[in-house]
Design a protein around this ligand. Structure first.
Ligand code: AGP
Length: 609
């Protein structure tokens, strides 16, 4: 998730663009850049770091330009650096583009273009687009046609803005999967990834839909889908700038919960191979040989990432047949773990900066183990220090309570299970079944959102209980831990997660009229066991909120309240069952009047021991 801004009008573009980037910085902040067209020149300036660095670099720039594009980056392909920062250009520097999204087939396109003599200067997927347009201009000098042809060659997601030195009166944009809009001003037009970048100048916007592209001049814009001109509506934005940043949601946490269908799909994008029932993980290519000889995996992580590791343990053992241990990194670093070169130590970390997890990885490397990472922040320390790894591609997670990073960690763990499983005896049929189900999950997640209102009522109803006992079995016992952590983090209540089977060995003593038991019990291979656990709680006068599979209405007779999740494979149920618990915690925190996104005593990245 990056931020794009563009401007064409009568005013000097530079400051308008940089001001817009500042407002989009929550979308990505590892590098930034601007390209300005004026006086038959195209000037590109890029800088590593936050927008402020770019601002410093462009101070005193004298180029008179009323046309320009700009970008603030959240790296996915190619670490944060000046040469990987956008805008990217073609060989001649005559075309400049900024991009938000992932070009899935960029390696193939890059190889073809290199064979045709194009020289690439970055590691990004995006730069390919500039060279592709250049290549098409060789056939027809018409840049608009070259732009349209290039778009046809792309697979993946994009919001793209493009300028060309030869056309100082035109701004080109296109959308497929990543948000992009046109801001309609007085004798001027803006383009932006979201309204927060341009609200200070206009509240009139035209939303581009997937497959649409537009040419914007100082007199107007023409939107096409294919060759057909689209009649577009101009919408009036009511939001304040703060609201706009949160996409109209009251808190980043709720926005990030509702972003999960997209972030989950992005984690799979360009990696899942449904027909082969497998996965392609480019980030592991360098250690592919060594990975084949691995005899055990030790997952090290903290907090929510630890809970993702617990789900990964079930997946990898059941479907890839590899022994897995999951360790709290803060303990692992002081234990004397028995590691050797046949052990892979896998760090899970959203931020990639968590001190305990970093120390655990360093310990693993000292002991000759293969150090791997599943990390969300590109170029972060854990990403740099591991031997190889996979990025989540979940985009920046602003709220301290992790939500979309968790489900995208489970997406990557599912891909790793397919990748290793298919090399270790998993059948094509099993692989294809898992792959097909993974592709359905974003839509299934949206079905759960329809119950947000019900969950809000339940969270309000049960917000003042003294004890919260989260219970789950097999793939969902880690979700009991995660659910309990969420309400602890943002609602400050006493909550414990337990494997349901462990309840009668002590925790059931907490059950009284002041307690709430939350059962995560989809209809799976251990469902019946969960039902008896539920009845034991009811027998002691406990209150039960159950999460189960759609259609299992029989449970309404046993539990005090039921929330439903769509049916999917047992190994994938945690990816759905966690969402009602995220919403429950969110609505409880709001009901109790707490600051949801910045909970007390916590930090988004714990970089101290
Ligand atoms: C989760 O909501 C918390 N923010 C916290 O437990 C977090 O998961 C933990 O600090 C690990 O962070 P990491 O994934 O960035 O390493």
């Amino acid at each position: 998730m990056c931020g794009i801004v563009g401007y064409i009008g009568k005013r000097q573009a530079k400051d308008l663009l940089i001001e817009g980037l500042h407002r989009l910085e929550y979308r990505g902040y590892d590098s930034a850049g601007v390209a300005l067209v004026g006086g038959n020149k195209l000037k590109r300036v890029r800088a590593l770091g936050k927008v402020g660095e770019l601002e410093k670099k462009t101070e005193g720039m004298t180029l008179e330009a009323t046309l320009g594009i700009a970008h603030t980056r959240w790296a996915t392909h190619g670490k944060p650096s000046e040469k990987n920062a956008h805008p990217h250009a073609d060989c001649a520097g005559a075309i400049s583009i900024v991009h938000n999204g992932i070009i899935e087939n960029y390696t193939e396109l890059k190889d073809e273009l290199t064979k045709k003599g194009h020289r690439f200067s970055s590691e990004t997927d995006t730069e390919v687009v500039a060279h592709l347009i250049e290549e098409h201009t060789k056939k027809s000098k018409d840049i608009e046609e070259a732009f349209a042809r290039a778009l046809k060659d792309l697979r993946g997601t994009y919001g793209i803005a493009m300028v060309a030195v030869a056309e100082p009166e035109r701004l080109y944009v296109a959308r497929m999967g990543s948000p992009l809009l046109i801001g309609v001003g007085k004798d001027e037009y803006f383009v932006a990834s979201d309204v927060s970048a341009i609200l200070a100048h206009t509240k009139k916007v035209v939303y581009l839909e997937d497959g649409e592209r537009a040419v914007i001049t100082r007199d107007g814009y023409v939107v096409r889908s294919g060759q057909a001109v689209q009649k577009k509506t101009v919408s009036d934005i009511e939001w304040s700038e703060k609201e706009a940043k949160r996409g109209g949601y009251p808190h980043f946490m709720l926005k990030e919960i509702f972003d999960q269908p997209e972030s989950f799909a992005d984690a799979l994008r360009g990696r899942l191979l449904p027909d082969e029932g497998s996965a392609r993980l480019g980030g592991l290519r360098a250690v592919a040989k060594r990975l084949e000889g691995i005899r055990r995996i030790v997952i090290v992580s903290c907090g929510t990432s630890y809970h993702a590791g617990l789900v990964g343990e079930y997946m990898l053992e059941e479907y890839a047949g590899i022994p897995v241990e999951v360790e709290y990194a803060s303990e692992f670093r002081y234990r004397k773990p028995l590691l050797d070169k046949y052990t892979a130590v896998l760090a899970l970390s959203q931020s990639g900066e968590t001190a305990d997890t970093l120390a655990a990885i360093r310990e693993a490397k000292n002991k000759g183990a293969l150090a791997l990472g599943i990390v969300n922040v590109v170029g972060s320390t854990i990403a740099r220090e591991t031997d190889a790894g996979v990025y989540n591609h979940a985009g920046p997670e602003v709220s301290v309570a992790s939500t979309k990073a968790f489900t995208s960690q489970l997406a990557v763990l599912s891909l790793l299970t397919l990748y290793l499983g298919r090399k270790r005896g998993m059948s094509l049929v099993t692989g294809q079944r898992i792959a097909r189900e993974l592709l359905k999950l974003p839509r299934l997640m949206e079905r759960i959102f329809e119950q947000s209102g019900t969950i809000k009522k339940l969270a309000k109803k049960y917000a003042n209980r003294k004890n919260y006992l989260y219970l789950g079995r097999k793939y969902n016992f880690p979700i009991a831990f995660e659910g309990a952590l969420k309400v602890k983090e943002i609602a400050y209540v006493s909550a414990q997660g337990y494997p349901t089977g462990e309840m009668k060995h002590g925790p059931i003593a907490l059950i009284d009229r002041e307690a709430l038991a939350l059962f995560i019990m989809p209809v799976d291979s251990v469902y019946e066991k969960s039902v008896s656990g539920l009845e034991e709680i009811k027998a002691r006068g406990g209150t039960v909120l159950a999460i189960t599979t759609e259609g299992n209405t029989a449970l309404e007779k046993k539990a005090d309240a039921v929330i439903y999740i769509p049916k999917t494979l047992e190994m994938l149920t945690p990816i759905l069952s966690v969402i009602p618990l995220q919403l429950f915690a969110y609505h409880m925190s709001v009901a109790l009047g707490y600051e949801v996104d910045r909970p007390r005593n916590l930090a988004k990245s714990v970089t101290v021991e």
